[in-house]
Design a protein around this ligand. Structure first.
Ligand code: HEC
Ligand code: HEC
Length: 127
């Protein structure tokens, strides 16, 4: 069986080279397709150097927020992000969705650490 640490767990593991997301401006690379319904899309651009997200300040909303997305030519945060627990549609992103990077992660051209046979299904598509 192949594990992340290999066969010999007494040997110290060499960490894989760190992936760099730097320098990838919005629109500069192909988006990786979503692989299953409900998957948060990967971030197709660099988020390096962004200030930490707080309730008062969220750099993602400078481009993906309801007031800014048109001028930033960015996709607006999904409609689901404006719904509170009761299902009311609000005009701002709800606090539960404020920490964007807890669900959306930058994409990288990385080989899977272990082989897997997962096949996602996107509704309306034949796999
Ligand atoms: C400077 C403007 C800007 C900022 C800031 C920004 N984005 Fe983006 N983002 C874009 C643009 C423009 C696109 C569409 C172009 C592309 O695909 O690269 C995009 C695409 C995306 C997508 C892909 C959506 C899809 O349907 O595939 C996600 C997810 C995303 N951004 C999340 C984030 C998150 C999370 C942050 C904060 C950490 C963030 N973005 C900050 C401009 C920005
Ligand atoms: C709890 C997880 C979660 C959080 C937090 C979250 N998202 Fe998402 N996001 C998703 C999922 C799941 C989808 C795709 C399904 C959907 O449309 O709801 C999505 C879709 C998107 C899209 C694509 C919209 C489209 O029309 O295809 C953008 C852009 C986006 N999110 C931006 C953001 C930004 C910006 C934040 C922070 C303000 C954020 N998200 C926070 C889970 C999350």
């Amino acid at each position: 069986m192949q594990t992340l640490r290999g066969a010999n767990i007494d040997e110290p593991d060499t960490a894989p080279a760190e992936k760099s997301y730097a320098g990838k401006a919005p629109g500069s690379q192909q988006r990786i397709e979503r692989t299953f319904t409900g998957q948060p899309p990967l971030i197709p651009h660099s988020v390096e150097g962004f200030p930490a997200i707080t309730l008062e300040r969220n750099a993602c909303l400078f481009c993906h927020g309801p007031q800014s997305y048109k001028t930033a030519k960015a996709p607006k945060a999904a409609d689901s992000h404006f719904k509170d627990r009761e299902g009311n549609l609000l005009t701002e992103v709800v606090p539960a969705r404020n920490n964007c990077t807890s669900c959306h992660v930058p994409q990288a051209d990385a080989t899977p650490l272990v082989h897997n046979t997962f096949r996602g299904v996107v509704e309306g598509e034949k796999n």
